[in-house]
Design a protein around this ligand. Structure first.
Ligand code: C5P
Length: 313
């Protein structure tokens, strides 16, 4: 039994449309998801005791069942009970760089790495589709985090169609260190305020999905047209997060004033990103906005779009 070290990229949303309610209590969505080079490193080690343990360089990250990486390992142990008996337990060592509760799928991508790592460590030979079916039980973004790249995501977010590689584009990301938004809060508040706009009839759901599939964002991605992608960024959850958190709106305004291709909150927030054409632009925009906001509570990163999800380090 050897250890496996995996790179687990963060994701941003280029598009997030809330279409309606689903019978399972989740929302029917149409999203475009993009992996970025900001990533965690997840190492799966075999250990001599029959247990799942989590180690993390960030002491604020929980090491119990509330950690999605733990839940991914527990699900795999349930599915393949012989493996723990034969090979012993699992230590998951997470080197975190992706901020938590940030709208960047940090917890989901660590869980995705656990699925891929255990498939390798136990030599199960599962297909990507089989891993993604397990992954969907842990969270809506986990299947995407396994395959990564650029993808259209529908259903709860787990029905994926790969799109054109956009690795020529870059982002500047900014997040208030002490601001975290709960995803259930964002969706619940959206339902309270916009539930009257939801569609539920199967033919209406289908036509909304078709509109996104054949819509201008997908065509801008197929053409790898960064300027057009920037103009078409869309996230319905901004409608609840921006009025509640004026500091997110202020960050967005600061990026917009920098002549970037586009700017938006990612997922349920609170991270805001600015889309730019190259690393030089990313460094310029980061310097300008950091100087202007001059707030020690603000953290910044630059990242490149990447064409893959979980991969060996
Ligand atoms: O699937 P995940 O655990 O990431 O979802 C977190 C929460 O976000 C859910 O409990 C739900 O409140 C909301 N959500 C939703 N519809 C989706 C995805 C998430 O309502 N498609």
């Amino acid at each position: 039994m050897r250890s496996y070290s995996l790179i687990a990229p963060a994701k941003i949303n280029l598009y997030l449309e809330i279409i309606g309610d689903r019978a399972d209590g989740f929302h029917e969505l149409a999203m475009v998801l993009q992996s970025i080079s900001l990533s965690d490193r997840v190492t799966i080690n075999p250990i001599g005791i029959d247990a799942i343990t989590i180690r993390c360089n960030d002491p604020t990250i929980p090491s119990d069942r509330t950690n999605l990486a733990y839940r991914a390992a527990a699900l795999m142990v349930d599915q393949f009970p012989d493996m723990m008996a034969r090979h012993g337990g699992i230590e998951i060592d997470i080197h975190k760089q992706i901020p938590a509760a940030a709208g960047l799928a940090g917890g989901s991508t660590d869980a995705a790495a656990v699925f891929v790592g255990l498939d390798l460590m136990w030599d199960l030979g599962l297909t990507q589709g089989e891993l993604q079916t397990f992954a969907a039980q842990i969270g809506s973004d986990v299947p995407f985090c396994i395959s990564g790249g650029t993808a259209l995501a529908t259903g709860r977010g787990e029905v994926l169609s790969p799109l054109m590689n956009l690795d020529h584009l870059y982002v500047v990301l900014a997040k208030y260190k002490n601001l975290a938004i709960s995803t259930p809060w964002a969706y619940k508040t959206y339902r309270q305020q916009f539930g009257h706009t939801y569609v539920s009839a199967p033919q209406d759901l289908q036509s909304r999905h078709d509109r996104v599939h054949s819509g201008s964002m997908v065509s801008a991605i197929v053409k790898r047209d960064g300027a057009k992608i920037g103009r078409l960024l869309h996230n319905d959850l901004e409608k609840v997060a921006l009025p509640e958190y004026p500091q997110i709106q202020a960050l967005r305004d600061a990026f917009a004033a920098q002549n970037v291709l586009g700017t938006m909150m990612s997922g349920s927030g609170p991270t805001v990103f600015a889309l730019v054409a190259n690393q030089t632009e990313a460094d310029r925009v980061l310097g300008a906005v950091r100087g202007q906001m001059a707030d020690p509570d603000l953290a910044f990163w630059t990242a490149q779009f990447v064409p893959n999800g979980i991969h060996l380090a």
